[in-house]
Design a protein around this ligand. Structure first.
Ligand SMILES: *[C@@H]1O[C@H](CO)[C@@H](O)[C@H](O)[C@H]1NC(C)=O
Ligand SMILES: *[C@@H]1O[C@H](CO)[C@@H](O)[C@H](O)[C@H]1NC(C)=O
Ligand SMILES: *[C@@H]1O[C@H](CO)[C@@H](O)[C@H](O)[C@H]1NC(C)=O
Ligand SMILES: *[C@@H]1O[C@H](CO)[C@@H](O)[C@H](O)[C@H]1NC(C)=O
Ligand SMILES: *[C@@H]1O[C@H](CO)[C@@H](O)[C@H](O)[C@H]1NC(C)=O
Ligand SMILES: *[C@@H]1O[C@H](CO)[C@@H](O)[C@H](O)[C@H]1NC(C)=O
Ligand SMILES: *[C@@H]1O[C@H](CO)[C@@H](O)[C@H](O)[C@H]1NC(C)=O
Length: 363
C-alpha cells in the first residue's frame, strides 16, 4: 500500500516540466536562503502548541499541461489542547481567499462536552496493564490494571473511564504510594452514560501526594474493530486463524482497561500480554522479558519496556501468530507479515499506524 503511493507519486513527477521552463508566478518566493534544515528549532517560528492536527483532507488539481497553477482545497480535523482564540497554520507560495476559510465543530468527534471530562484534580503518571486474552477460546480477557497518580487538587474521589469491561468492587484497592498504606473506599459508583467508574474515599487525598489505584477486571474481545478486538485470517492451508489487535482512537482505550481516557492525560505505560507459546505479541515498546504464566502450561507473559509519556489512545498491541521480519531500511519500522494472508481489518488498522516510538507496517 505504501509502495503504491510512492510509485504513483513517482509517476506523476515524470510529467512535470523542467523547473527553468516554468514562469514563476509573482506570489512565489524566489530568494534562496542558506539551508538551516538541521539547525536548532527557533522557538519563535514554532506554531502555538494549543492545537493539534488529527486528520487532513487535501484535494489538488494541478494544471500540468496548462498554466501550472494548482487549484486546492484543504480540510483539517484538529483537537484543542489548550483554549485558544486563534488557529495558526503554515502557508507559503499559495494564495487563499479569506471567505473560503470555515471552521466548525468536528462531526466525527463531536463538540467537546465539558461535563464528560474527568475532574482535573488527579493526574495519571504511570500504568501497569496486564491482559490475558483467550483468542483461541471464549474471547474473554482477564485483566489487571494499576495506575500511579498525582493529586493536583485535594479530592475525595478517583474517577476513571471504563466501558464494556466488568470489575469487581472488592478488587479495587487504593494506597499511598510512599507508605503503601491502604485507603478505605466508602462507595463504588458507575456512571454508565459517561463511562465513569468513581471510587469515593473515606478521607480526602492530599495535594501533591502520589497514590496507586489497582483493580482486576474482565473484558471481551469484540468483533467491532475498536477497543481490543478479534480478527481472523486464512493461512496457506485455508485454516482460519485468530488474532487480536487494538484500535483506541479516539476513546476506546477504556474498553480494554480502566484508564484516564483523555488525550491530555499522558502517562507512561508498562504493558504485559499473556499469549499461548506459539503466538507472538507486539506493542509500542520492545519486549523487556518473557516468562511462563505461573500455573498455566503453554502460556507466556510478554512484558514490554516502560513507554514514554503518551496519551491512552496511542497505546497499541497485537496478539497473533505473525512471523517477525526485521526491517533493514529503518530501525524505527517494524515489519510483520502473516504466515500467508493477513486479515484485512488488521492491515487497514496497522498500515501507517504511527506510534510514538515505532512505526508498525503489516504487509
Ligand atoms: C489556469 O488554467 C485553468 C484551466 O485552463 C483555469 O481554470 C485557471 O483559471 C487558470 N489559472 C490561472 C491562475 O490563470
Ligand atoms: C494564538 O494563540 C496562542 C495560544 O493561545 C498564542 O500563544 C499566540 O500568540 C496567538 N497568536 C496570535 C497571532 O494571536
Ligand atoms: C484577507 O484578510 C487580510 C487581513 O485582514 C487582508 O489584508 C486582505 O486584504 C484580505 N483579502 C481579501 C482578498 O479580502
Ligand atoms: C474463558 O476461558 C478460560 C480458559 O478456558 C477460562 O479460564 C475462563 O473462566 C473463561 N471465561 C469465561 C467468562 O467463561
Ligand atoms: C469528584 O471530585 C471532583 C473534584 O474534587 C469533583 O469535581 C467531582 O464532582 C467529584 N465527583 C463525584 C461524582 O463526586
Ligand atoms: C458494586 O458497587 C455498586 C455501587 O455501589 C453496586 O451497585 C454493585 O451492586 C456492586 N457490585 C457488587 C458485585 O458488589
Ligand atoms: C531481528 O533482530 C533481532 C535484534 O537485532 C535479532 O535478535 C533477531 O535474531 C533478528 N531476527 C531475524 C529473523 O533476523
Amino acid at each position: 500500500m505504501l509502495l503504491f503511493v510512492l510509485l504513483a507519486l513517482g509517476h506523476a513527477t515524470q510529467g512535470l516540466p523542467n523547473v527553468d521552463d516554468v514562469t514563476i508566478p509573482p506570489w512565489v518566493t524566489t530568494t534562496t536562503e542558506a539551508s538551516r534544515s538541521l539547525g536548532p528549532v527557533d522557538l519563535d517560528v514554532q506554531l502555538p502548541r494549543s492545537i493539534k492536527p488529527l486528520h487532513y483532507v487535501v484535494k489538488l488539481q494541478p494544471f500540468i499541461n496548462g498554466n501550472f497553477s494548482i487549484v486546492g482545497y484543504m480540510e483539517v480535523d484538529m483537537e484543542v489542547l489548550k483554549p485558544t482564540s486563534n488557529i495558526t497554520l503554515h502557508i507559503s507560495d499559495i494564495i487563499t481567499k479569506n471567505d473560503t476559510v470555515k471552521t466548525e465543530a468536528s462531526r466525527s468527534l463531536g463538540p467537546v462536552d465539558l461535563d464528560v471530562q474527568l475532574p482535573r484534580s488527579i493526574k495519571p503518571l504511570h500504568y501497569v496493564v496486564k491482559l490475558q486474552p483467550f483468542i483461541n477460546g471464549n474471547f474473554s480477557i482477564v485483566g489487571y490494571m494499576e495506575v500511579e497518580m498525582e493529586v493536583l487538587e485535594p479530592t475525595s474521589n478517583i474517577t476513571l473511564h471504563i466501558s464494556d469491561i466488568i470489575t469487581k468492587n472488592d478488587t479495587v484497592k487504593v494506597s499511598d504510594q510512599a507508605t503503601s498504606r491502604g485507603l478505605r473506599i466508602k462507595k463504588h459508583e458507575y456512571d454508565h452514560s459517561r463511562h465513569f467508574y468513581i471510587a469515593h474515599l473515606r478521607k480526602e487525598l492530599q495535594k501533591g501526594k502520589r497514590y496507586i489505584l489497582s483493580m482486576e477486571f474482565l473484558g471481551y474481545l469484540n468483533n467491532k474493530l475498536h477497543g481490543f478486538y478479534r480478527a481472523t485470517y486464512k493461512d496457506v492451508y485455508g485454516n482460519i486463524r485468530n488474532a487480536a489487535a487494538t484500535q483506541f482512537q479516539p476513546t476506546a482505550a477504556r474498553k480494554a482497561f480502566p484508564c484516564f481516557d483523555e488525550p491530555a492525560l499522558k502517562a507512561t505505560f508498562e504493558i504485559h500480554l499473556a499469549r499461548e507459546s506459539w503466538m507472538t505479541t507486539l506493542s509500542n515498546m520492545p519486549i523487556a522479558e518473557t516468562v511462563p504464566v505461573e500455573g498455566q502450561e503453554g502460556w507466556m507473559w510478554d512484558r514490554y519496556e516502560k513507554s514514554v509519556p503518551m496519551s491512552t489512545y496511542l497505546v497499541a498491541f497485537v496478539v497473533s501468530d505473525y512471523v517477525h521480519i526485521n526491517s533493514t531500511e529503518n530501525d524505527r519500522v517494524d515489519f510483520r507479515a502473516g504466515r500467508d494472508q493477513v486479515a484485512e481489518p488488521l492491515v487497514r488498522q496497522l498500515v501507517g499506524h504511527d506510534f510514538e516510538q515505532r512505526v508498525l507496517v503489516v504487509c
